[in-house]
Design a protein around this ligand. Structure first.
Ligand SMILES: C[S@@+](CC[C@H](N)C(=O)[O-])C[C@H]1O[C@@H](n2cnc3c(N)ncnc32)[C@H](O)[C@@H]1O
Length: 296
């Protein structure tokens, strides 16, 4: 599959807030765990005077783009899920001044129909960020038990109609495309809806396909261990399930306790301002939390 150049556009969210809270300084090293199309990375690197940086992404399309954008020998690009990459960097004993994770999907995921993430485009039921992985949304939709579908839709999609949707999916099998699935789910709802009624179902499936919450939960403690004293860790999340994990992880490691490792720099999560909401509507659900590693 070849993507058109414009389909690879991705506007980095909350960029000013990221720069203001991470506050990159010349010569500070940078680890970007979801480097995507390099918008945050380029701005951070500019402020560090192009100090050494490691850019990670699990998506082949993003990695190919990063390899063209960053040809500097100070940049190491890793194609990997961020949990495995973090484990590897920790085993190597590496430490960083600045760490950023801008989790979730990129605009190209949503703009390219064949990736199967978008409700509004007809495509295969794929939803894999790493296309070399075997599990797809199609496998889940067509082979998981009713109980497992209900669990995924409830836990990851926070879908109140998980039961009726799971039943409808099982009755309609086999389902091969995003449009088929969106129509089956929409039939379980009546009346007017501001957002497509299958939005929660798509979210749930996407999180399950990419094991997103497990990745985040297990990776945050490693990110804290990868910070140099005084280093800053920023995490941007796009829905409450992720933000809850980030908030809990920061709270458990900060505050008035003898073993506190972090000092939380964002009293409340940072969100998009009016301007950003206008030129980048995808920023509307973005929340940034930043913490600094306490110097001991
Ligand atoms: C919101 S985009 C990041 C955009 C980036 N900050 C930029 O400025 O272009 C999220 C990226 O994270 C990647 N991603 C999401 N979860 C991941 C994971 N667990 N491991 C590695 N990459 C992940 C996706 O493939 C996607 O490219």
């Amino acid at each position: 599959m070849k993507a058109e150049a414009h389909q690879l556009d991705h506007e980095p969210v909350l960029l000013q807030q990221v720069l203001s809270f991470l506050s990159p300084k010349p010569n500070e090293t940078y680890l970007d765990l979801t480097a995507g199309y390099g918008g945050h990375a380029e701005a951070v690197r500019f402020m560090t005077d192009n100090a050494p940086a490691v850019l990670v992404d699990r998506d082949n399309m993003a990695v190919t783009y990063l390899q063209k954008r960053f040809v500097d020998k100070n940049v190491t690009i890793m194609q990997s899920d961020f949990l495995s990459a973090s484990q590897k960097l920790a085993e190597q004993g590496n430490k960083y001044d600045l760490i950023l994770a801008d989790i979730g999907v990129s605009s190209p995921h949503l703009n390219i129909a064949s990736r199967g993430f978008a409700i509004k485009y007809d495509g295969p039921l794929d939803m894999r960020m790493d296309q070399s992985q075997s599990l797809t949304a199609e496998t889940i939709v067509n082979s998981y038990s009713e109980d497992d579908l209900i669990r995924i839709l409830k836990q990851y999609g926070e879908e109140p109609r998980a039961r009726s949707i799971a039943k409808a999916i099982i009755t309609a099998r086999p389902i091969h495309t995003t449009s088929q699935l969106a129509d089956i789910v929409a039939k379980q709802f009546r009346g007017y809806h501001k957002v497509h009624p299958a939005t929660r179902t798509f979210q749930g499936l996407r999180i399950a396909v990419n094991d997103e919450l497990m990745q985040l939960e297990k990776a945050i403690p490693i990110w804290v261990s990868l910070l140099k004293p005084g280093g800053r860790l920023g995490i941007i999340s796009f829905h409450s399930l992720e933000d809850r994990i980030v908030k809990k992880a920061f709270t458990e490691r900060s505050g008035d306790r003898f073993d506190a490792e972090l000092s939380v720099l964002t009293k409340r999560p940072e969100t998009a301002d009016k301007n950003e909401l206008v030129f980048n509507p995808r920023s509307r659900s973005a929340k940034l939390r930043v913490a600094a590693k306490i110097k001991k």
